[in-house]
Design a protein around this ligand. Structure first.
Ligand code: NAD
Length: 355
């Protein structure tokens, strides 16, 4: 076995349909008295219910969370937290809302402004010390333990309203974290176990959620998978797949989760020969002989996009994307070769199965 370093970040997880009922207890355990409840404008009703449940322990609701955490939103939320004398954030929603909580906590001394996250998508931000803030159109990301939520409540009841399309793409986004986590340079056997189990759980649950979005057992299974995949993202570094998605998203304004769905089968095919152990784990998790092909077929089964063209990327953009993907050096198990990356992008653009 290879030597490795494993650091466990302590988060308390309350799991189970209906577990929102433990909210007051959990805020109290954090030692907080005035929670600022965060949400997007679309989730105001559920956030208000959370605030009502907290009663005097709720300082107020800030319903301004937005995709990619614009700096203006972060500033407004920080000002509101200060004005209300809030001493913790209760973030109910997806990666955008939890990201807003992180943007507030980032400005506070360590431990002063804990986040209690109640995720309602499968993105996994609640399990990572990674934050992102967008200023003048540029998203800056970083890692800081101050932003790692201290408590996470996974209540599958709250995911029943997540539209099927978003459920599929956000679940596939989570799965991508674990797929790359299986061959991370700083990986370790514990994260490999979580990654394989997370992929297995999501690959099993997502088709069931698609067939019946009200299937609470399937929703729980998907959330369990998303938790594990988020943990992997928070603990090990990513490679080609995530860099490509970041480049494509930034350069062509492609939607985040959908881009992940399209690229993952191709990124896995690109790296496969260099990472036999990871491929073996993927095969086991997906119950298939050809892992990349199985991921492509999973996209089809879930009705997720399989082509960059369908997401709005112009064919002329392939050369620029290949340039950008090969310019900035980053670690990947297989060397980043311009010709092979171009071929990968061409197939992904056309919606062809991975080579
Ligand atoms: P999101 O938070 O942007 O939510 C998308 C929309 O779905 C919003 O309008 C939201 O209100 C709505 N929604 C969420 N849950 C719902 C529910 N249960 N029912 C009905 N509507 C619901 O989407 P996301 O995919 O969770 O997050 C994406 C963002 O998170 C991106 O900016 C991404 O970069 C970031 N992210 C960060 C990390 C990290 O570790 N920092 C990890 C994953 C994603």
């Amino acid at each position: 076995m290879q030597d490795f370093t494993y650091t466990s970040a302590a988060a308390r997880v309350i799991f189970g349909a209906g577990s929102l009922r433990h909210l007051e207890r959990e805020v109290e355990l954090l030692g907080a008295r005035r929670a600022l409840v965060l949400c997007t404008p679309e989730q105001t009703a559920i956030a208000q219910q959370v605030a009502d449940r907290l009663g005097e322990r709720a300082a107020g609701v800030f319903a301004g969370a937005a995709m990619h955490v614009p700096i203006e939103t972060a500033r407004a939320a920080r000002a509101e937290a200060a004005r209300l004398g809030a001493d913790c954030a209760v973030a109910i929603g997806g990666g955008s809302t939890i990201g807003l909580g992180k943007a507030i906590a980032l400005e506070e001394p360590a431990g002063r402004f804990p986040i209690l996250a109640i995720p309602t998508t499968y993105a996994g931000s609640e399990m990572t010390p990674i934050y992102g803030i967008t200023e003048a159109g540029v998203k800056k990301t970083g890692k800081d333990l101050r932003v790692l939520p201290r408590t996470v409540i996974y209540d599958a009841q709250l995911t029943l309203t997540l539209p099927v399309g978003l459920s599929m793409t956000s679940g596939l986004n989570a799965l991508a974290h674990s797929a790359e986590g299986l061959y991370a340079r700083d990986g370790n056997p514990i994260m490999a176990l979580l990654a394989e189990e997370g992929i297995r759980a999501l690959a099993q649950a997502l088709p069931q959620v698609k067939a019946d979005p009200a299937d609470i057992a399937a929703r729980e299974q998907a959330q369990y998978g998303a938790w594990l995949c988020g943990t992997v993202l928070g603990n090990v570094g990513m490679a080609l797949h995530h860099k490509l998605c970041h480049t494509l998203g930034g350069s062509f304004n492609l939607p985040h989760a959908e881009t992940h769905a399209v690229i993952l089968p191709h990124a896995i095919a690109y790296n496969a020969a260099a990472v036999p152990q990871a491929v073996a784990a993927l095969r086991r998790a997906l119950g298939a002989d050809d892992a990349a092909r199985a991921l492509f077929e999973l996209n089809l089964k879930l009705g997720a996009p399989t082509s960059l063209a369908a997401l709005g990327m112009p064919a002329e953009g392939i050369a620029l994307a290949a340039d950008l993907a090969t310019q900035n050096a980053y670690w990947n198990p297989r060397a980043i070769e311009r010709e092979a990356i171009t071929a990968l992008l061409e197939r992904a653009h056309a919606g062809l199965p991975p080579a």
